[in-house]
Design a protein around this ligand. Sequence first.
Ligand code: F3S
Length: 649
Amino acid sequence: MGQTLTEKILDDHLVEGELETGEEIGIEIDQVLTQDTTGTMVWLQFEAMGLDEVQTEIAAQYCDHQTYQFDFKNTDDHRFLRSAAGKYGAYFSRPGNGICHNVHRENFAAPGKTLLGSDSHTPTPGGLGELAIGAGGIDVTVAMGGAPYYIEMPEIVNVRLEGELPEWATAKDVILELLRRLSVKGGVGKILEYTGPGVETLTAPERMTITNMGTELGATTSIFPTDHQTEDYLERVGRGDEHVELQPDDDAEYDDEIVVDLSDLEPLIAQPSMPDNVVPVEEVEGESVEQVIVGSCTNGGYEDILPVAKMLEGREVSMETETIVAPGSKQASEMLAREGWVAEMMAAGVNFSEATCGACIGIGHVPASDSVSLRTFNRNFEGRSGIEDDNVYLCSPEVAAAAAIEGEIVDPRNLAEDLDDLEAPGVELPDEYDASKTDLIEPDEAVDDDLIKGPNIGDVPIRDQLSSEVEGEALLKMEDNITTDHIIPATQDILMYRSNVPKLSEFTLSRVDETFADRALEADGGFLVAGENYGQGSSREHAALCPMYLGIEGVLAQSFARIHRANLFNFGIVPLTIDEDTYENIDQGDEVEIVDDVYDAVTSGQEEFTVRVNGEDEYTATLDASERERDILAAGGKLAWTKEQAEDG
Ligand code: F3S
């Protein structure tokens, strides 16, 4: 039987296991990336493990999430990260150089390689045929030390693209259409592999918009085959020699197939406040828009901003609409500036921002209360913009530019009918992605050779071995789809404590219940109870690390998001799956006890656990875990486990 493209790359990197769906496999990692909010812990853990030097072909440390230097804390972190990259042999991308995924795709992403990144949108270079997976920081630390990355072999879904995008429909509409059909849970446990005649009609950057937002489907990763479009892009970024032609075999078998006819697509928009709440733009036309932002790792490339610049050329944005362009990389800014497009956009009334995640995580450009903000980003979870009563819509750059011109949501096809000189800008790549690289420090140009830790950088907490008796109060009961933003909000005032776990922990789940952190510390142990898809969203390991610090020993949920579930194991918190009936019968404040000897049960491979509530009713909960995950849990988390392994030789 032939192989899918995913299987071919996995086969090339396989060090343990077999490529059978559901089986745990260990794969060699060629490249790692980390960013500033996850990176400080990655390097502190690297140090705690006593490792000397990065072992992967490429390790890159980006500073993109918290680039504004309000006081010393972010700056201290940046300096620490620069020193860690210097000491251990990683590339260091300075604050303001751009968003990790954009800078990585410009400089390092390559067909056939594996990439592990401590950021949930790591799958972006799947559009270049790289198998790129988002993971918790500790997984990245371990991979950076040369150990394999372990994952349950996902299902491989064939997303067959047919036809060609019509005018005004874009790559963003392809992924919004998939979100509309499949929902934010539709890709869980799956790798989406794109095939079909529609593939070659999409440029590599368009493909990367699609693979970037595969994360919103919950997919492990998404990948495109490589062809002349890949080669063309790599040549334009000056790395044509890294092109490799990669295709699935003709007789490859997939676990499922989805067909998308690109010719049927039209401009789409995700309404507040979930990326899968998608409708045609025409359905929400007329809604007035107070803010438009073009940028982020999804649509912040040169090719994303150029259409906006073309649409705004010689026009003015609406007086009612604040319009911001935040490029994904300094390279994009520099090129657009050299070509005169920045001046053109500024003349139209656009504010130009530093290349940073910024507004995507509520840092700067927070919308006015109860107003509509239209963004080209990938996420619109409630409150993520920095204000609770936000109304964030997600759309393509073209739809965003149309709204900026009109001051209200408008289908650009209709706007083009009204303004007879407005033409669909299409997709245009520059002849050459040509910009200075002064903000990317190579390992052999390192500024520092030892770690520099300021006062906001604390030690990494390590949990003791799993105990036999796990019992405590159900400290918080939550609904479905609790995101990592709910668990640890990513806003500036909170995430500036990312390297200071005791302080950061005070904010744990504060968006759900402000008293939670105090109650958890006082209880010194206890459980979280949640509905479906607990921990969806980002790879933020603080969302497990802080509950661990507060003493949380177990999470009882109807289902878990993939990366967060791995993070719970990594920080020694027992993730137990419960059915709906059990969920309904546990209330906040109930006394919960796992009846089994938990240490023995975990290490002996037991799957079903008995959960006793208030000393009376008993329910069954399931621990679905590989042998390795059980060992990690029993040791008290991955850091303790890795140290144990190193000591055992
Ligand atoms: Fe940054 Fe938002 Fe992407 S936080 S990495 S721009 S999803």
